[in-house]
Design a protein around this ligand. Structure first.
Ligand code: ZN
Length: 211
């Protein structure tokens, strides 16, 4: 069934997937995660999460399978909500591990207008993704929005869909905005393009006007 981009030899750091699985556990419980891993065809991770290090060893096709399992288990609507929540929680739980980059992002984001600070923060964040994982992202902006472009996407790996599936990234971005920019503002963060639905680049739009 799976087609889409395969992204062989692309990996996420172990720690990211470890944090994602632990965050997921806090939402749906240990048994829920076990079912999810079984459904994803990844039973080897049951009770055996990836180690707590930044080695790039968790293959993108497994990230895709895990995401697909959310969809199979909860249906599109439930999976979107769940992936968003898990992404946000992963960012919040992982934020202490971001270390230097978080410090640099926070420092940069203390200077200038709010909009300028978010722009800088997103640039830092993109650079961080590109450095420590094989996900490749870039950031653009115009007067109304920031655009988080995903050129190589773990979430889409091996998947095809009629609508965007990269809600884990939506949650991560929402979490990042709250952590690094302003905890009181909420932004519309919407995936408009997605490699799984045939677009060349995945695009997540962050509207500049808070909700
Ligand atoms: Zn996507």
């Amino acid at each position: 069934m799976s087609s889409g981009t395969q992204n062989e030899n692309c990996f996420y750091p172990n720690r990211w997937m470890r944090i994602l699985l632990i965050s997921t556990e806090e939402i749906i419980g240990k048994n829920g995660v076990n079912s999810l891993l079984n459904l994803a065809g990844l039973p080897e991770y049951i009770g055996n999460y990836p180690p707590d290090n930044m080695k790039k060893e968790f293959p993108f096709d497994q990230v895709g399978k895990l995401q697909q399992a959310y969809w199979d288990m909860y249906g599109p609507r439930g999976a979107r909500a769940f992936a968003t929540r898990a992404g946000k929680k992963t960012l919040n739980d992982g934020v202490e591990h971001f270390g230097q980059i978080a410090k640099a992002a926070r420092a940069a984001m203390k200077i200038g207008s709010f909009e300028r600070r978010v722009s800088l923060g997103l640039q830092f964040f993109a650079k961080f993704f590109n450095q420590v994982s094989d996900q490749h992202v870039s950031v653009e902006e115009d007067d109304t929005a920031w655009y988080w472009n995903i050129h190589v996407c773990p979430m889409c790996t091996g998947r095809t869909s009629d609508s965007p599936v990269c809600y884990l990234a939506v949650g991560v971005l929402q979490g990042a905005l709250e952590n690094f920019a302003d905890a009181d503002k909420r932004y519309n963060v919407t995936p408009t393009h997605c490699i799984a639905k045939g677009d060349e680049v995945g695009v997540i739009v962050i509207e500049k006007n808070p909700m």
